[in-house]
Design a protein around this ligand. Structure first.
Ligand SMILES: Cc1cc2nc3c(=O)[nH]c(=O)nc-3n(C[C@H](O)[C@H](O)[C@H](O)COP(=O)(O)OP(=O)(O)OC[C@H]3O[C@@H](n4cnc5c(N)ncnc54)[C@H](O)[C@@H]3O)c2cc1C
Length: 431
């Protein structure tokens, strides 16, 4: 099958870190008709979500319209919420759009494909913990970040008026939890009056709770040591061996009976596949709800469907667990599929995907960035200071180049660098 012009129809589900890079790089390919589907109207690069939440985001990449990007790069954008895949008819089903009164404003649609790529991301699970859904914020979407920021601003204003510091408790000491904590400390400055005495007042208490015996489980010891030191410098408390059992409107409770009072609770513990994957089609999923794929990213049950990023469960040869859910992996998979899908469309053989682990980097606001890099080798080394900050920014620069193309990407990066709001910016409104 193909479109009227004889081009193979490639439909990419999800325009996040991986899906948008793939759509942008594939578009313009003469033999392909590329369509991108997303439930949102604009792209937000998820690795910056915590900055959105803290109000410190400062980039032309903050939000980009999918329609604008589609025109720029040459793919078709279809806004809609993916609800199912019809394997037999090779069609993606998009749910009906309901109006404010609950009636159908736009009916259910079907998008035909020859090859389909699932890039619908993942979500933070609550592991059935009481009160997480009702009282804690999870950073999965821009709406979550907006909600957090509104509540954070209100709590900080109240703290300034009453002199009682606002308390934020973050459950989970992975990259999201620690980076968010550091950026919140940076935001605190925006609420001080401009005289020195005021600056000495503390308006914000931040506590990170971790279930494991040490923070950032899985991190290299040198990196962890650096993190501990920097969190201490930022006056961010960390408590380990805490098994959180319940959250309510003003407290977080542990199984062993401890209680931390808070104005805001953030749940940042773990990641599983997007819940929609469970009922999307007849896929094989792993215990984290991600679709199992082979070494070419092809789903184990349907040769016309490929899966990438946080939605995919890919265990490299010789490894005992699937690749971690990172933008780094999603981006490498986008590059791989950019090369591979045109070959598949022509019925030619393809090489397997090879992941190259470039290390991990943590950005801690004014305490700088730290990380371990090794360019895929075993002897990773610790980096910090300007070098680490530059390496951290490099992931975003690459994303801008891939999405916007070399010329526009370079202009966009230059605009970020000379922006008058560069530095300790506090952006209080997301829109
Ligand atoms: C705060 C934070 C910081 C991070 N920092 C880093 C970092 O420093 N380095 C790193 O490598 N990784 C980082 N990550 C992880 C990284 O963001 C993810 O691994 C990456 O975004 C996964 O890309 P993806 O394309 O699989 O999914 P996503 O980027 O999550 O995109 C999924 C897309 O699917 C769309 N979608 C979802 N459901 C539907 C539906 N039913 N219908 C239509 N569209 C839908 C969404 O709107 C979204 O556009 C961070 C994550 C967070 C939350």
């Amino acid at each position: 099958m193909a479109d009227e012009a004889g081009r193979k129809r490639i439909v990419i589900l999800g325009g996040g870190s991986g899906g948008l890079e793939l759509a942008s790089q594939l578009a313009g390919h003469a033999a392909l008709d590329v369509a991108l589907v997303d439930r949102e109207l604009s792209h937000l690069w998820k690795p910056r979500l915590h900055e959105f939440a803290a109000g410190t985001v400062n980039s032309s990449l903050a939000e980009m319209s999918f329609y604008m990007l589609g025109q720029l790069r040459g793919f078709r954008f279809e806004q809609g919420t993916v609800s199912a895949i019809d394997h037999e008819r090779r069609e993606v089903v998009l749910a009906a759009i309901l109006g404010e009164d609950g009636t159908v404003a736009a009916r259910e649609r079907r998008v035909p494909y020859d090859l389909c790529v699932v890039a619908l991301g993942g979500v933070v699970p609550d592991f059935g913990t009481t009160g997480v859904k009702e009282f804690a914020v999870r950073l999965d979407t821009k709406a979550d970040a907006d909600r957090f920021r509104d509540r954070f601003i209100a709590a900080m204003i109240e703290a300034r008026e009453t002199g009682e510091p606002a308390e934020v408790v973050i459950v989970g000491s992975g990259a999201t939890g620690t980076e968010l904590a550091a950026h919140l400390r940076r935001s605190e400055r925006g609420f001080f009056e401009q005289n020195k005495a005021e600056r000495r007042r503390k308006l914000l208490g931040i506590t990170i709770l971790e279930a494991a015996p040490e923070i950032m489980p899985g991190a290299e010891p040198e990196l962890r040591q650096q993190l501990i030191e920097r969190l201490r410098q930022l006056d961010i408390k960390t408590v380990t061996d805490v098994n959180v059992s319940r959250i309510d409107a003003d407290s977080v409770y542990s199984k062993s009976g401890e209680r931390w009072s808070c104005d805001l609770a953030v749940w940042a513990a773990g990641l599983v596949g997007n819940p929609v994957l469970k009922d999307l089609g007849r896929f094989e999923t792993d215990k984290r709800g991600r679709i199992v794929v082979d070494q070419t990213l092809r789903s184990s049950v349907d040769e016309a469907i490929y899966v990438m990023g946080d939605s995919a469960s890919l265990t490299p040869p010789g490894a005992d667990k699937p690749l971690p859910p990172t933008a780094q992996a999603a981006s490498q998979q986008a590059d791989y599929l950019t090369e591979t899908l045109p070959l598949l469309a022509r019925g030619e053989p393809v090489q397997p995907f090879r992941y190259s682990d470039k290390g991990r980097l943590i950005s801690l606001g004014r305490a700088g960035a730290v990380g371990m890099i090794g360019f895929g080798r075993k002897d990773d080394f610790l980096i910090r200071g300007h070098f680490a900050t530059a390496a951290y920014n490099a992931l975003q620069r690459q994303h801008q180049w891939r999405v916007l193309g070399r010329l526009r990407g370079t202009v966009s990066i230059a605009a970020d660098m000379i922006s008058p709001t560069k530095g300790p910016a506090l952006k209080l409104h997301g829109d």
